[in-house]
Design a protein around this ligand. Structure first.
Ligand SMILES: Nc1ncnc2c1ncn2[C@@H]1O[C@H](COP(=O)(O)OP(=O)(O)O)[C@@H](O)[C@H]1O
Ligand SMILES: [Mg+2]
Length: 501
């Protein structure tokens, strides 16, 4: 074979695929797309498809299709033996068809449905240990010339490498998933919740969690009720080097002042009437691990100074004790209240706020990350199928649409309750809108319930500005002109109110 420039390029592409084989790709689609792009480039194809054989159904599914009609093609599948790709899979051998009109094997129905004109096809089997696992199909040479035997030979070699890369990625992600499932089970046994996500926003937040987990600073977790503050606190602990230590939860709003003090810091015998013995508090129980102070905004003012001292020096006294107790605890706190106005009103200590707020961590409400809704809904349905011994298959399209368009004032907790209730009353294979019993979106005003004027105004501003941005394609100059404010002020508001696309 003559070493022409095209051969050099082809060699390079093969080498590139070889490195992919050894990479830890977990995103199947990205890997397949990468492979198919290389194959198209290698053979100068105008369009291309990568089909995978499902051994159970014995059908070939268009996993990735590139070219002008790519997205349409991906809806189809072929029986074994059907069409050129089916023929290639069945005979486990490559094929060149330079005039599809003269070849009875070509499936014309796909072309007629997508409106694409196929004239020539080059196809090669992807093999693992000689067994066909899929087909790469290249359609129409860009220069309109015929595909050559040389093209086919390259594609065949390439397809073998691609098959290996796919297999490797599959076993890697299978192992990784199994590992995660095992880890989740272990964690559930210890009282932690499985954490589910489907949105970019939450994935980004989890990356931030990894960074935060590597430090020992206190974190103030902010977000609406039911948004997942406690679950994020768990994640921070589980991803930190304290993960083998205890994770102790305290709800600061649940107890009156004197009980909360003894709950947090313990007491000595005789400290008060009911103190019949020495008792360790939550801070001592959390030694070597993490304490999670939920609803910190409701902590009584007097206790706040005691907490501040713990944060600064890791020292406190049990109620009634004169000797100090020293601990090593990481503090995570959460609130759905506007702490800054609590400070203005003198209900929350500024110094404590600064100390806690070393790393502020905000969790957006569910309505701002709708991609999480189907994933969470499936997760909860599976859970309640198990708990209620039901076998509901899933959600109807209409039900899913209602879930996605609802405003979820109670966030994930509300979604969980809605799914539980639907699973109980569902009398069908699928959950349908009538099973969801969603309060109409008119109730969106719930967002303003129990809010201080300032918070409610901020919520309103946020919605109002987002709407304006949306109707101006997120162009800040145009939006600020429409709103009659300075561009710089708009961009400051966007930051302050955490408005995101
Ligand atoms: N990412 C998530 N994955 C799975 N379940 C979640 C997630 N976020 C929230 N939940 C569910 O919603 C409930 C409320 O979450 P939680 O962390 O207690 O909210 P918050 O502390 O903000 O009020 C949890 O008990 C959990 O069942
Ligand atoms: Mg909570």
């Amino acid at each position: 074979m003559q070493a022409s420039s095209i051969d050099v390029e082809r060699l390079e592409t093969l080498i590139e695929i070889n490195t992919l084989i050894n990479s830890n790709y977990t995103d199947d689609k990205a890997l397949l797309t990468h492979i198919l792009e290389s194959a198209s480039r290698l053979t100068h194809g105008e369009s291309s498809s990568l089909l995978l054989l499902n051994h159970e159904t014995n059908r070939l599914y268009f996993e990735i299709s590139l070219g002008p009609k790519g997205p349409d093609v991906q809806k189809f599948s072929l029986k074994m033996g059907e069409g050129i790709a089916g023929w290639v899979a069945k005979h486990n051998t490559g094929l060149i068809v330079n005039d599809v009109d003269k070849d009875g094997r070509h499936q014309k129905s796909i072309d007629s449905k997508t409106g694409y004109a196929t004239s020539s096809i080059l196809a090669a089997p992807m093999r693992i240990k000689d067994r066909c696992v899929g087909v790469i199909e290249i359609i129409n040479r860009q220069d309109r010339r015929n595909f050559t035997n040389d093209d086919l030979m390259w594609l065949e070699r390439f397809a073998v490498q691609a098959a290996l890369a796919i297999q490797n990625a599959k076993s890697y992600s299978k192992l990784r998933n199994e590992l995660f499932i095992l880890q989740d089970r272990l964690n559930e046994d210890k009282g932690y919740h499985p954490f589910v996500s489907g949105s970019k926003i939450i994935d980004e937040k989890l990356k931030l969690v990894d960074k935060i987990a590597a430090t020992d600073s206190s974190v103030l977790i902010l977000g609406e009720s039911g948004a997942g503050k406690e679950l994020f606190a768990e994640q921070i602990h589980l991803r930190s080097k304290r993960s083998d230590g205890p994770f102790i939860r305290v709800n600061c709003a649940a107890l009156p002042e004197h009980l909360l003090e003894s709950e947090l810091f313990g007491h000595v015998k005789g400290a008060f009437t009911d103190a019949t013995a020495d008792r360790r508090g939550r801070f001592e129980l959390a030694n070597g691990g993490t304490i999670f102070l939920d609803e910190i905004g409701d902590m009584p003012y007097k206790l706040q100074s005691k907490l501040l001292r713990v944060l600064q020096h890791m020292v406190f006294e049990r109620v009634g004790a004169s000797e100090p107790t020293t601990v090593n605890v990481r503090v995570l706190a959460a609130t759905n209240k506007d702490i800054e106005s609590a400070i203005e009103e003198g209900r929350f200590r500024k110094d404590l706020y600064y100390r806690l707020n070393v790393l502020p961590f905000y969790i957006p409400p569910l309505r701002e990350r709708v991609e999480d809704i189907p994933v969470l809904a499936d997760f909860f349905l599976e859970k309640f199928n198990r708990e209620l011994k039901r076998s509901i298959h899933g959600f109807s399209n209409e039900a899913l649409e209602s879930l996605m368009s609802y405003s979820w004032p109670g966030n994930v907790r509300e979604l969980e309750n809605v799914i539980e209730r639907s699973a109980v009353i569902c009398d069908d294979e699928f959950i349908r809108p009538q099973h969801l019993l969603l309060v109409s979106s008119l109730n969106e005003n719930n967002e303003y319930d129990n809010k201080k004027l300032k918070e409610a105004l901020n919520t309103f501003k946020k919605h109002f500005i987002r709407k304006a941005l949306e109707s101006n394609s997120w162009n800040q100059t145009e939006t600020s002109a429409k709103l009659g404010i300075q561009r710089t002020y708009l961009s400051r508001l966007i930051k302050e109110l955490d408005i995101k696309t």
